[in-house]
Design a protein around this ligand. Sequence first.
Ligand code: 25A
Ligand code: L14
Length: 341
Amino acid sequence: MAKKLWNVAIAGATGAVGNQMIECLEERNFPIGKIKFLASERSIGKVLEYKGKPVQVELLDHDAFEGIDIALFSAGGGRSLEFCPSAARSGAVCIDNSSAWRMDPDVPLVVPEVNPHAIAGYTKKGIIANPNCSTIQMVVALKPLHDYATIKRLVVSTYQAVSGTGKKAIDELRVQTGEMLNGRPVEAKVYPHRIAFNCLPQIDSFEPNGYTKEEMKMVNETVKIMESPIRVTATTVRVPVFFGHSESLNIETEKKITVAKAFELLKNAPGCKLVDDVAKGVYPMPIDAAGQDLTFVGRIREDESIDNGLNLWVVADNIRKGAATNAVQIAEILIRDHLKG
Ligand code: 25A
Ligand code: L14
């Protein structure tokens, strides 16, 4: 029997995440029949490549999904709200990278290493949501610890790269850094303040409770993905790094986890790489995680201020595991276990 091939569309193919989705599909040899690249009018006429062959960018509109089996979305929340339902009506399963559908009870929110079983719920709306980049790497690292010792409370602080905001933010850090080094005045357009040589304790806009939307995404998405009432508090910070988010995690568990036990659990955990040899100055850093699909964990130590507490440092490429790779991994499970070949 011939192997089934799937028709795939990428909405937002010209963006930072869209570009990475194309690369991930190529690298992982996803069984593609037809590929379609969709974006706004700005990109019409642009030609991208898939496996060395030219593909014209087409307009993202309601009838762009005819004959498409899987639609990967990364063109912003507004576009996902508007176009995922039409794509689903055309028979495509949408894997959406935006925050638009994540907390919808009829939409599964999936990290393959953590809750692959939830994918089955895609039939309700034809949409599967990809979590926030900071949430994804955090739950990949926490899942094995939670299964062993049950996490009650989690305190997270993030150090997030500019690529999370898309291509225009990558340009902003590059341009501002150049201007600063040349002693010229800088202009902040994408972020509310200068990002070069600075840290911004604001990602996305503020909610009435004083937290940012990014912080509340980490709180709410973690509970949904882990399927457990973990109490989470977050502080999310933008730092002048291009690729790779870092996170400081502090957890309190029901049962004690020694450092040796944490090493053992994380050494064999799916999607994780333990990088922890402080005597040699070895720990995860964004410069090493960039371009990789794994979640790197290190600086593991007991929190000596409470009975059952542990500190960890977690780093991953926010555009790969935090967005594109996770979406393509979901698509792989979808075609393996759910869609009819
Ligand atoms: O605020 P929103 O709407 O929720 O958007 C969120 C932003 O976050 C990024 C993405 O940025 C998006 O703009 N993003 C989304 N999910 C992400 C995730 N999980 C994420 N980033 C990180 N992690 P981006 O610039 O990388 O990608 C934008 C993509 O979306 C397409 N798009 C935008 N509006 C669209 C649309 N497609 C269809 N219809 C629309 N109305 C966009 O395609 C791109 O693929 P494009 O054709 O509009 O842009 C092509 C090039 O133009 C640059 N550009 C963007 N905005 C402007 C612009 N140039 C000039 N003026 C502008 N206003 C882009 O940088 C791109 O190179
Ligand atoms: O997926 O870093 O909800 O600016 C929203 C903001 C992704 C990244 C999401 C950022 C994001 C983002």
